[in-house]
Design a protein around this ligand. Structure first.
Ligand code: 7TS
Length: 409
C-alpha cells in the first residue's frame, strides 16, 4: 500500500503554502509531475561534482559526465525493457521524439496518396507532426474514431488499415480523458497489415509497466518531466532495424564518424540522432526519477491512482450540474469536467484562490473538445502525492464555485 502523506514529504514544492495561506493542492500532474528531493539533489550534485561535456573528454570529469549520461540510457533501457541500450535516443521530450520519427522515418516511406493513421484523442504533439507530414507529401491523415464514453472505436481500424497505410501513431493514455487505450491490440492489428506503430507513452510511463518487447511497438516516446524527472529531456525508443534505417534530423557535433568539406559519415545509433551537447544534468535527473519510481513500485502507484480516481469521480458526480468527459472502463486518474453554470477558466481561477491547481482549456486536444461540442474542460489530474483529503478540498471548492454562480448549494 502506498502512503501518500509520506510520499508528499518527498516533494519540497508541495510543502509551501499557496499565497492565499491555504495548503497548496497540486492537481495538474498530467501537465507535469512535481520532483522529489532526490531528483533535485542529483541534478545539483551533478553540476557540483561531475559537470563536463560527454563522449570527448579523456579527463576525469569528462568520464564522469559520460558515465552519468550513458548509465541513464541503460536505466531507461531496463525501465521500458528495451532489448539494448542503443535503442534509446535522448530528445528534449515527447514532442521532439514524435517529430524525429515523423521526419526521420515516416517521411522516407511516404508517397502521394499514402495514409497515416492516428486516433481521435491525440495530444496535438502526436497529431500536428503527422498532419504536416501528410500535407507535405500529399498523403492523407486518417483518424480512428472515438465513442461518447471516450473509448476508441476499434471496429473501424481493421478496414482503415490498407497497403497505403505507412504509419500508425496512438496515445497510450489520453491526457484529456484519461482513457487507457488497448495499445497491444492496436499494434497487433497494425502489424497484421505491416504498419509500424508509434506509442505516445507521455501519460503512462510514470505509473504503468511499459515493456516495449512485449508490447511490440516500433517506437515509444515519453518525457522526463512527466515521470518525476526534469524538463528538457525525453526518450525515443525505436526498434533497432528502424533506427538503423532512419535518417538523422539534426546535424552537428557528436553525431558524426568523419567530416570533410565534401562529405560526412554519421555515427552509429544512438549518437546519430543526438547532435550537439545533450542535456546531461537532465539525464542525471531522469535516472534519479526512475530510481524513485522503482523504489515505490508501479503496482502500488496504480492501486493508489485507481482509488483516487474512484473516490474523486464519486465526489465530483455528487455535485449538481457537474459533467465528466471521458468515462472509459479503463481509465487513469485524470478527470475532465464541466459545470453547467461556469466556464472552465472561471472554475479553475476560483479553485486556484482555494489553493487548488487544476488546468482549464482544451489540453492540447482540440478535436476532443470539438467531438463533445465544448470549448474547454477543467481537468484534475492526480499523482502519487495526492490524497483523498485533497479530493475533499476539491469537491468543497467546486461547491463554492456553485455558490458563487448559482447562489445555492
Ligand atoms: N502526449 C501526451 C499524451 C501528453 O499528455 C503531452 C503533454 C505530450 C504528448 C507532449 O509532451 P511534451 O513533454 O513534449 O510537452 N501533455 C500536457 C498536458 O496534458 N498539459 O500540459 C502538457
Amino acid at each position: 500500500m502506498l502512503a501518500p502523506y509520506q510520499i508528499k514529504k518527498d516533494f519540497p514544492i508541495l510543502q509551501q503554502p499557496h499565497p492565499s495561506g491555504k495548503p497548496l493542492i497540486y492537481l495538474d500532474s498530467a501537465a507535469t509531475t512535481q520532483k522529489p528531493q532526490e531528483v533535485i539533489d542529483t541534478m545539483h550534485h551533478y553540476y557540483e561534482k561531475s559537470n563536463a561535456n560527454v563522449h570527448r573528454g579523456i579527463h576525469h570529469l569528462g568520464n564522469r559526465a559520460t558515465l552519468t549520461y550513458e548509465s541513464t540510457r541503460a536505466k531507461v533501457q531496463t525501465f521500458i525493457n528495451a532489448h539494448v541500450s542503443r535503442d534509446i535516443i535522448f530528445t528534449k521530450g515527447t514532442t521532439e521524439s514524435v517529430n524525429l520519427v515523423a521526419y526521420g522515418f515516416a517521411a522516407k516511406r511516404l508517397q502521394p496518396g499514402d495514409e497515416i493513421i492516428i486516433s481521435a484523442m491525440e495530444h496535438h504533439s502526436n497529431l500536428i507532426p503527422w498532419q504536416m507530414l501528410c500535407k507535405r507529401h500529399q498523403a492523407h491523415l486518417r483518424v480512428i474514431p472515438m465513442q461518447e464514453d471516450g473509448q476508441l472505436d476499434l471496429s473501424q481500424l481493421k478496414q482503415m488499415l490498407n497497403p497505403k497505410t505507412k504509419m500508425l501513431a496512438v496515445v497510450h493514455i489520453s491526457n484529456s480523458l484519461g482513457t487507457i487505450n488497448p495499445v497491444e491490440e492496436i499494434i497487433e492489428m497494425a502489424h497484421a497489415a505491416d504498419v509500424p506503430v508509434l506509442v505516445d507513452a507521455a501519460q503512462s510511463a510514470a505509473y504503468y509497466d511499459i515493456d516495449v518487447q512485449q508490447m511490440d511497438c516500433d517506437f515509444l516516446v515519453f518525457s522526463g518531466h512527466k515521470v518525476f524527472g526534469p524538463t528538457g529531456i525525453g526518450v525515443l525508443y525505436g526498434k533497432e532495424k528502424w533506427l538503423e534505417e532512419m535518417d538523422p534530423w539534426q546535424f552537428g557535433g557528436e553525431m558524426i564518424r568523419s567530416v570533410t568539406f565534401e562529405e560526412t559519415t554519421f555515427a552509429e545509433i544512438p549518437q546519430k540522432f543526438e547532435a550537439g551537447t545533450p542535456n546531461i544534468a537532465g539525464a542525471a535527473g531522469l535516472a534519479a526519477a526512475i530510481r524513485y519510481i522503482e523504489n515505490i513500485g508501479k503496482a502500488d502507484m496504480q492501486q493508489h491512482l485507481q482509488d483516487l480516481l474512484q473516490y474523486a469521480t464519486e465526489q465530483l458526480l455528487s455535485i449538481n450540474g457537474l459533467h465528466i468527459y471521458g468515462n472509459a472502463p479503463k481509465k487513469s486518474a485524470i478527470i475532465s469536467f464541466m459545470l453547467d453554470f461556469a466556464h472552465a477558466h472561471d472554475t479553475a481561477t476560483i479553485l486556484d484562490s482555494s489553493g487548488i491547481a487544476v488546468r482549464a482549456g482544451h489540453h492540447c486536444t482540440q478535436p476532443v473538445m470539438d467531438f463533445y461540442g465544448i470549448p474547454a474542460t477543467a481537468r484534475a489530474s492526480f499523482s502519487i502525492y495526492n490524497t483523498r483529503e485533497d479530493i475533499d478540498v476539491l469537491a468543497e471548492a467546486v461547491e463554492n464555485v456553485r455558490m458563487i454562480f448559482v447562489g445555492t448549494l
